[in-house]
Design a protein around this ligand. Structure first.
Ligand code: EPU
Length: 333
C-alpha cells in the first residue's frame, strides 16, 4: 500500500485537483487496512478517473485507488470461461488479452477507458453490449466493517448505466474483484447501428478492430484531449414522451429498454446536436465536433467552466424538447 499526501487526483479531463490523502492498495487486506486507518474521513474511490469532473482545487478527504491487478482463470469447460478480474485492471488491456486468447463477449466494449471495478459499478456499455451481460458476480468489501460480500449478477440490480453500487448501496461496498463469464469461439454481436458495415472479419478480433476504428473516428483520444467520454447519460423516458416528440421530430432516434417495456432510451447526442451545441466552444471548454455527447477540455478549462457549459446544455435541451439530461460524469465538489 502507498499513502501520499496532497496528491493529484487522476482524471481524464486533466483538470488539476489535489486530494488531502491518496492511497493505492494492492489487495482486499490493504483496502481494509486503509479503511481502518482513515475511518471517519470523507472517502472517494476512483479508478483511472475516466468518469470524474473535479470542480474544486482540493478534495478534503481520502482518495482510494485500486491496484488489485490480477486476472485468474477460475474454470474453463471448453465452451465458456470464468475469469476473476482485479478491480484495478485496466479494462481495455483486459479486453485485448481476452480477445487474444480467443474468448468472446467483451470485444464490443473495446477501448472504453477506466478499470474493471468501475466498469462493473457503472455497467459500461457500447455497441449493443453491457458488461452486466458478462458478469457472474462482483466481490466487494463493506466500508463500514471490512467484511467481504459477493453480489450475484441479480443482486447487482443492473440497468442502463446503473447498478446497486450507484443507487441504494452507493458508497457502502467497494468492488475488489469482478467475475466474468466469456465464451470460447467466434460468436459475435454486430447488431448495433452500422457496426456490421465496419466489421471485416466475423471474430472477436475483427469486432474489436471495428469498434476501435469507430470509436477513434468519433471520440477524442483521452491522451490528447481531456474528456470523460460520454458526459451525459442517454435519457430514459416514458413511451408517450417519444410519441409526442415524434410529431415534431419524426427522425428522432430511440432504443427499446428490454427491462422496462413502457420506457425508451433517447439519444442525448442527437438532442444536444439538434439544440445546436455540437462543436461549440467557450474558452477551453467545448462540445466535441464529432460526438455531441462528449464535453472536452481543450487545455486549461476549469471544472467550473465545464460544469457551467453542461448546465447550459441541460437547460437548452429541456427548453427545446422538454427532456431532462443527467450527467454520467461524477462531480467532485
Ligand atoms: N448522434 C447525433 N449527433 C452526434 C452523435 C450521435 O445525432 O453528435 C446520433 C447518431 O446519429 C445516433 C445516435 O445519436 O443515431 C447514437 O449515437 P452513438 O451510436 O454514437 O451512441 P450514443 O448513444 O451517443 C452510447 C454510449 C457510448 C458508446 C456508444 C456506442 C452512453 C451515455 N454513451 O453513445 O459510450 O460508445 O453508445 O455504443 O450510453 C461512454 O460512455 O463514454 C461512451 C462513449
Amino acid at each position: 500500500m502507498t499513502i501520499g499526501y496532497s496528491q493529484d487526483i487522476p482524471n481524464t479531463f486533466r483538470i488539476p485537483c489535489k486530494a488531502d490523502v491518496l492511497v493505492r492498495y494492492e489487495s482486499p487486506a490493504e483496502l481494509c487496512e486503509a479503511l481502518g486507518q482513515f475511518r471517519g474521513r470523507r472517502l472517494l474511490f476512483v479508478g483511472e478517473g475516466s468518469n470524474l469532473l473535479p470542480c474544486c482545487e482540493r478534495f478534503e478527504g481520502v482518495v482510494l485507488c485500486s491496484e488489485i491487478r490480477s486476472v485468474e482463470e477460475i474454470s474453463n469447460d471448453g465452451r465458456a470461461v470464468l475469469l476473476k478480474l482485479g478491480s484495478g485492471c485496466n479494462w481495455d488491456e483486459f479486453v485485448a488479452w481476452s480477445v487474444g486468447r480467443g474468448y468472446s463477449g467483451a470485444e464490443n466494449l473495446s477501448l472504453i477507458p477506466g478499470q474493471a471495478g468501475s466498469a462493473a459499478v457503472q455497467n459500461i456499455g457500447a455497441y449493443g453490449v453491457e458488461i452486466s451481460s458478462l458478469v457472474e458476480s462482483v466481490e466487494t468489501i463493506c466500508v463500514r466493517d471490512g467484511s467481504t460480500r459477493i453480489f450475484s449478477r441479480e443482486e447487482c440490480e443492473y440497468g442502463y448505466r446503473r447498478s446497486v453500487f450507484k443507487t441504494s448501496l452507493a458508497g457502502e461496498y467497494i468492488v475488489t474483484f469482478v467475475n466474468l463469464r466469456l465464451r470460447l469461439g467466434d460468436a459475435v454481436n454486430i447488431e448495433y447501428g452500422r457496426l456490421s458495415e465496419a466489421v471485416r472479419e466475423l471474430s472477436p478480433a475483427g469486432v474489436r478492430e471495428a469498434v476501435i476504428a469507430t470509436r477513434r473516428a468519433k471520440l477524442p483520444a483521452v491522451e490528447e484531449v481531456g474528456s470523460a467520454g460520454s458526459f451525459f447519460m442517454n435519457p430514459v423516458v416514458e413511451s408517450y414522451v417519444l410519441e409526442r416528440l415524434k410529431q415534431d421530430w419524426p427522425d428522432i432516434p430511440s432504443y427499446p429498454l428490454p427491462s422496462e417495456d413502457d420506457k425508451v432510451k433517447l439519444s442525448a447526442a442527437w438532442l444536444i446536436d439538434k439544440a445546436g451545441w455540437k462543436g461549440w466552444r467557450r474558452d477551453d471548454a467545448g462540445v466535441w465536433p464529432t460526438q455531441a455527447l462528449v464535453l472536452v477540455n481543450y487545455g486549461s478549462a476549469t471544472g467550473e467552466q465545464i460544469r457551467s457549459l453542461a448546465a447550459d446544455i441541460v437547460e437548452s435541451v429541456k427548453q427545446r424538447f422538454g427532456v431532462e439530461l443527467h450527467p454520467e460524469a461524477q462531480y467532485i465538489i
